[in-house]
Design a protein. Sequence first.
Length: 277
Amino acid sequence: VSTQSTGSSGINAEYGKQWYQRRVREFQTIQHYFKQINLSSMSEAAAERITSTLDVANMLPVIIAIVIVILSFLLIKQLGRTKGNNVILYGIEGAGKTALFAQLVSGKEVQTQISLKENTAQLGGTPPVTVVDIPGNVRLRSEILNKYAKSARGVVLVVDSGEFVENKRETCEALFEVLINSEIQKSRCPVLVLCNKQDYEMARGAGAILATLESELTVLNDTAASLVDDSGSQKTLFPRGSEVKFERVSNPVTAVGATSVGEGVDIAALKQWIMEL
């Protein structure tokens, strides 16, 4: 878990300052030495080489100072970055989010129904995380996502692999909502496409689903870009005409298969993913 450490950053800053001061003294000594040399007694070429060396000696402390400032900024930024504690289950209605939530929290299969309110529960571990099951209602889900996005540690897009072909457009829209969310982008938290219901006879594999979603996102992004008004309120991933590739988006996107109900329950890959967040 990344936590902000004021003491560590203070020590690093002080060490950097002392290191820089030592280098400045060294260069000042070199500069003093060169100034004692009688340039008039040398050939023109030799004098030019000495003058060039003096210019470099004068500039090096400045260059070093700039490098130290940049490195210190990056170090402090990294130390100050904290991860959220929410693992968000997102997707369309009927994908199996609540059944998955129950398996994660209690390891049991439960009877589920369409809900208009999110479910939350804490998972043990180090550190503990809060699992948030967001309802798939198209009018509510993005609004509820905004409520938890700022503290997102990871987002799981739950996909019904058995009916993916029929629902690929709406599934892609749900993924698009995640990827254009400003807080999700800012956190750069991982996004997992969880291809649920792999026990279904017509279930598509994780690789095929990920490739299809990538293609659909290109079409959806172009559509969204064409609807941008003068205020720029409509968000897009890339400019119109751009091909959407997961390696180019702000958040790392991967996919795994899973089964959340029945005799062949298997959510091991999801549990491993959460542990590694």
